[in-house]
Design a protein around this ligand. Structure first.
Ligand SMILES: [Zn+2]
Length: 233
């Protein structure tokens, strides 16, 4: 199918595209899935679009992910790479969880820019509901007789990050109280990390204090301390 992307981009996307192209190569490819996605490696980004469901807000979302990567921050890849060196850490922080954390981190930071571009809040993500349902939290059983479950720990961290990253004003007070009660120390570690991430000024990174290095490094150290004396299966 012939589809000339340039004819369909609005002025906001055209402007963002040229900004992103100053730093990396951006290509558009057509696919058949009912959503858009992007794939990036080094300085190359491919944005997959479906002409049948084409809309500028979805392009903007994917382009903003590329824009974020062009900032050259450490992001969740730093968590993934440092976890590889530590057996217990790496089983919990697998690729899927690290990608999820990274996606949430990016969403939190690109959302204000998405609004600035003039798109509507409801068009930021296709999932419109709560990011985590309370029954999934009730089913968490992260430890039994002092032995921790990799799968449940992985979900625990993933759920909490999803809640923090939600851009919609959903009320998660019951969810958070439950999650906190399950493992208060880990709750504090993840919460502190998210607070630090919120405060990172991604567009004005001062190499000494304002990159995301400190926020992520502290998180890694705190998780390591926490996990050190835990038995995990
Ligand atoms: Zn996204």
């Amino acid at each position: 199918m012939r589809f000339n992307i340039d004819e369909h981009l609005d002025k906001h996307n055209k402007q963002l595209l040229s900004e992103v192209r100053n730093k990396m190569s951006v290509k558009f490819e057509i696919f058949n899935k009912p959503y858009f996605e992007n794939y990036s490696i080094n300085d190359n980004v491919i944005i997959y679009i479906n002409p049948k469901v084409f809309n500028n807000s979805s392009v903007a979302h994917e382009l903003l992910h590329a824009w974020f990567r062009g900032l050259g921050l450490h992001g969740s890849n730093m968590i993934y790479l440092s976890a590889r060196e530590k057996p217990k850490f790496s089983v919990v922080f697998d690729k899927k969880l690290c990608d999820h954390i990274g996606n949430c981190m990016e969403h939190y930071k690109i959302y204000p820019k998405f609004l600035e571009m003039g798109y509507a809040s409801k068009d930021f993500l296709s999932s419109k509901g709560m990011q985590c349902d309370i029954n999934s939290i009730r089913k968490l059983c992260i430890q039994r007789n002092g032995i921790y479950s990799v799968k449940h720990l992985n979900n625990y961290i993933g759920f909490l990050i999803s809640i923090y990253a939600d851009h919609l004003p959903n009320d998660y007070s019951r969810h958070l109280a439950l999650i906190q009660g399950i493992e208060p120390k880990l709750f504090d570690i993840v919460s502190e990390f998210w607070q630090a991430w919120k405060e990172v000024d991604i567009e004005n990174p001062d190499p000494i204090t304002r990159t995301d290095f400190d926020a992520i490094h502290s998180f890694i150290m705190n998780v390591e301390d926490w996990i050190e004396d835990k038995s995990i299966y």
